[in-house]
Design a protein around this ligand. Sequence first.
Ligand code: FE2
Length: 402
Amino acid sequence: MDSYFSELGGMVYDRWKKVDFSPEAFPEIATAVFVERPPADNVNLPELVREFLLEDAQPVQSTSGFGQPELIVYDTPRFYIQVLFWMEGTTDIHQHGFSGAFHVMEGSSLHSLFEFEDAESITSHFRVGNLKLKESHLLETGATMPIVSGSGCIHSLFHLDSPSVSIVIRTHSDPSCGPQFTYLPPHLAVDPVQNDGLTLRRKQLLDLLEQTGDPEYADLVIEMIRELDFERGFFILQNGIGHLRNLGVWAEAWEAFALKHGPLAEAVPPTLEEIIRRDGIAAMRGMIGDPDHRFFLALMLNVEDGESFLEMVGLRYGGAPVDMILQWAEELMQVTESGTWMIDAEFPDELGIVQDEQPEIFLEALRYFLNAENPPANISSGDLEVLRKAFERSSWRALIKP
Ligand SMILES: [Fe+2]
């Protein structure tokens, strides 16, 4: 067992015992210990890796799928310390069923905090409400943040470097705080460990019918939507939206859902659109290694207002954020058979401009929308409006000045 983590764990244990293991006191104690003895300054990562691989005397390891991977480096019946490696950038927006603190030992992360307003429980595993981003900030190597269980601390982390390593001092669980909800912005909260095996198997069976091109697929899904409750109906819609759209029957499936669930159904379309947008950006991020581009995609995924977006680019790179963004836009431009793409904004076909000229016009329009200065002389005002709408339909919308 690593001696530094034994010492860190011992400090936490002694201080917590002094306050009778008060659950409310734990995040503050864990945070203070991280600040006094920061892992970023005290852990030699190659040595830790070597010790873990060669020394058998380790705490009992979990079989959790969290972390890539997760190592448990200290364990007591009341709390434990985990080392989490991250190769992929993003965690879902979530709350915790435990408390403690986390520390960025290697790499840096974009950290976003949210509130879930007007929450209404549909079932004990499924909620409707309004998820609002409170703030986003950069956590550099050495940063520490408390973790409070329950809906008071809803957050997401986008790891900017690969691998990123974080250390968590945490309780095993705080049973009083309910499910560890995952949030699907802007309107839903779902319990990721809810054990609804029947729905899981039904989705898998539908996927099979999709893959085999079964002619009954659409009718079966629509019949299910007419029958199912709100929670399970949503999961079936979410699972099938791509294929239903391809089949040209999405409108019919949606109508069946809306008819059955009335005003409550209105929470669903923006949430499904946002799931598709986030999946698209996350998939792009998976294919992009350049840390600057990963940072840019992290902001696109997580930052909703243009001012904070520009501020964070400025903080990390200095200089003029707009110039930086235009450079990334140019580097990330893709000219493909399906069209000219800038991240998830597609150059509008209806302008009738030949593909060779599209990248330059796309960039000029973006420069104008970002700076809101004089419009480019070679693009008509009608065309500019069409281009503006293309950006507004995409993840660029946070940056486009009205
Ligand atoms: Fe978390």
